[in-house]
Design a protein around this ligand. Structure first.
Ligand code: UGB
Length: 609
């Protein structure tokens, strides 16, 4: 017979401590003991010994219990259910066959692309941005937070500043001038430094009220199939990350999603911490979501088989069909078991038939808030224990429940519409995830590097593309291998979001001109026009204008520009004082005489070379 609560307390030796607990603690302990977790309190020291540790332990239990919808009891129940399914070998894709999903193809800058951009641009004041930035970036091995890494090293713009600049540009363009809500999910690892960075930079010009920091918490590790919570030692749980899907839980538990909806926000766009090009896609992706009535729009690229990005597939079977991300570790087995005995391989296009998930998502608020209410923000949790053997009775190490933000459509019904919008890779997806050694290995094996140098390379490529569309003659340079990773020597073009957020704006502000293979152009300001500007050789031109400064730039500029300098082995060594954001790419730029024009007072100006 199951012991009573008092008997359990006696068995684990907790009785003598009982009177020291407050009512909340007693209630939680009782519930945990009744739920088969008496081991959490086994062998406790007599009152007076290790009281601080006991308090910290109970505080952590109370905190975790409060963070998770349904409390620890809910978490343990979910774990038992998922572990039983995992043990039974339940296949989440049973009976489903993957097919190529329907897509909107925006890989080319066509009239259709511009049509969607125009629609999206009228919705800037109905969009909220959500940045998930709780990850440690273990693959990159960077010592600070990834948001503090520079996306380009001509002016050392950090990811966080780049994102803030885009928000400011969005609101400057909207009729209402309403601040764009900026939700940042942090974790205990990234939270303090993220706030420090915002504070130190005066929120990069954003208002404090528009920035909403949500902190994800770790979840308890599970030791076995019975859902036993794992202990690090007598008074400490083992805690692990729950995944980026926590953003949905936090937007629900904080009430923020519902609040933003009440305030008129119609779409949320979710972005990752180091995907610089996300904002290139924003106007057109919002346009697609609005025009097609998508509840969930996954932004995608043509995927290289085997690449560590999920594949977007239409799954058909069991009387249903739906479009979903199949995570990269599940795609190959699913394909082998269904349509492709060779697994995750290219089709005749040279790419995987399943577009790659950029994890940039546009979600319609109306359906989102309803789903959050119904699910309490717990989105398609899963468990992935590593078993000691095929009996699946023991784990090699404690596991935990996880959740991914792209899995929201798992909760969709027939009335919700999921779409996939495909973009060119340089324009939409160039994350900075891999250290330079792994990046070089990825390049050697024919895959994308997704590293600091390639992220910077694509940052300039997007600028070049905007100039090209606007009719400037752009002469692209050769690629140079730096530490085994390719970098296009130029031209290096940064058109800040203040200058152009859509292709159309670029066309309005740039007429004619040419830029040669190793030249540099940086333009920052809403009212700057480039009138037949010519940059030859390595020449560099930097033009910055404050609001109200109308600047026309003309003529041919010639100077020594910026020179790329590779770091030496000594400079890259861990103990050198070269900043880490340079070491992780292996080069820097030296200004050899760029032409720089800055206008900090409103007025009309002409710059003529
Ligand atoms: N993140 C959090 O905020 N909290 C967490 O607990 C974990 C992460 P990773 P991952 O773009 O290449 C995703 O670790 O999870 C943030 C997609 O699932 O960089 O391996 C973190 O800070 C995959 O389908 O990526 O894979 C970062 O901003 C594919 O699209 C973001 O979540 C892949 O990204 C992603 O975290 C990719």
């Amino acid at each position: 017979m199951r012991p009573t609560f008092e008997e359990s307390m006696e068995l684990v030796g907790l009785s003598s401590n009982w009177n020291n607990f407050n009512d909340d603690q007693k209630e939680l302990i009782q519930a945990l003991v009744d739920d088969g977790q008496a081991h959490l309190f086994a062998g406790w020291d007599e009152p007076g010994i290790n009281e601080e540790k006991k308090k910290e332990f109970l505080d952590s239990l109370v905190k975790i219990n409060g963070n998770y919808p349904g409390g620890l009891a809910g978490y343990i129940a979910n774990a038992r259910k998922l572990l039983a399914e995992s043990k039974a070998g339940a296949n989440p894709f049973e009976g489903l066959t993957p097919e190529k999903p329907d897509t909107v193809d925006l890989t080319e800058f066509t009239a259709e692309f511009e049509k969607y951009e125009a629609i999206g641009a009228t919705h800037f004041d109905k969009v909220g941005m959500v940045l998930v930035a709780g990850g440690l970036g273990e693959r990159l091995g960077y010592n600070g937070i990834k948001l503090d890494i520079a996306v380009e090293v001509l002016e050392n713009t950090t990811y966080l500043k780049h994102y803030a600049d885009n928000l400011l540009a969005m609101q400057a363009r909207s009729e209402s001038k309403r601040p764009v809500p900026f939700v940042i999910m942090v974790s205990q690892d990234t939270g303090p430094k993220t706030i420090e960075s915002l504070e130190a930079n005066n929120y990069f010009g954003l208002s404090r009220d528009q920035v909403h920091i949500l902190q994800q918490e770790l979840v308890p590790a599970i030791a076995d199939n019975s859902g036993t919570l794992a202990l690090e030692d007598k008074y400490e749980l083992i805690l692990k990350p729950h995944g980026h899907g926590d953003i949905h839980m936090l937007l629900y538990t904080s009430g923020l999603a519902a609040k933003l909806q009440r305030e008129g926000i119609e779409h949320l766009m979710f972005i990752q911490d180091t995907n610089g090009p996300s904002f290139n896609t924003l106007p057109s992706a919002i346009g697609v979501s609005v025009e097609k009535g998508y509840d969930f729009n996954s932004l995608a690229i043509n995927r290289v088989p085997g690449e560590a990005v999920g594949g977007l597939a239409r799954l058909v079977g069991n009387g249903k069909e739906f479009t979903l991300n199949v995570e990269y570790n599940q795609l190959d087995p699913l394909l082998r078991a269904t349509i492709s005995p060779e697994g995750d391989v290219a089709d005749e296009s040279g790419f995987s038939m399943f577009p790659g998930n950029c994890n940039t998502l546009v979600i319609r608020m109306e359906s989102y808030v309803k789903i959050l209410e119904a699910s309490k923000g717990i989105i398609a949790e899963f468990v992935n224990p590593k078993y000691t053997d095929e009996t699946k009775t023991a784990f090699k190490k404690p596991t935990r429940l996880e959740t991914m933000m792209q899995d929201l459509p798992k909760l969709f019904g027939e009335s919700e519409k999921v779409g996939v919008t495909i973009f060119s890779r340089f324009w939409s997806f160039s994350p900075n995830k891999n250290n330079v050694v792994d990046a070089a290995a990825k390049i050697a094996s024919g895959g994308p590097a997704d590293a600091s140098a390639t992220a910077e390379n694509d940052f300039y490529a997007a600028g070049r593309a905007r100039l090209d569309v606007a009719g400037m003659k752009v002469e692209e340079a050769e690629q140079k291998m730096i530490l085994g990773v390719p970098f296009t020597l130029g031209p290096k073009v940064i058109l800040r979001p203040s200058f152009a957020m859509t292709l159309d704006e670029g066309c309005d502000k740039v007429s004619g001109g040419s830029i040669s293979d190793e030249a540099t152009l940086i333009v920052d300001g809403a009212d700057i026009t480039l009138d037949n500007v010519q940059l030859s050789g390595k020449s560099a031109l930097v033009v910055k204008a404050c609001d109200g400064a109308k600047v026309t730039v003309k003529g041919a500029f010639e100077n020594e520009g910026f020179e790329l300098v590779e770091l030496t082995g000594e400079e890259r060594a861990p103990d050198s004082d070269v900043p880490e954001f340079l070491k992780i790419r292996g080069y820097n730029f030296v200004n050899k005489g760029a032409a720089v024009y800055e206008f900090n007072e409103p007025g009309e100006y002409v710059v003529e070379a």
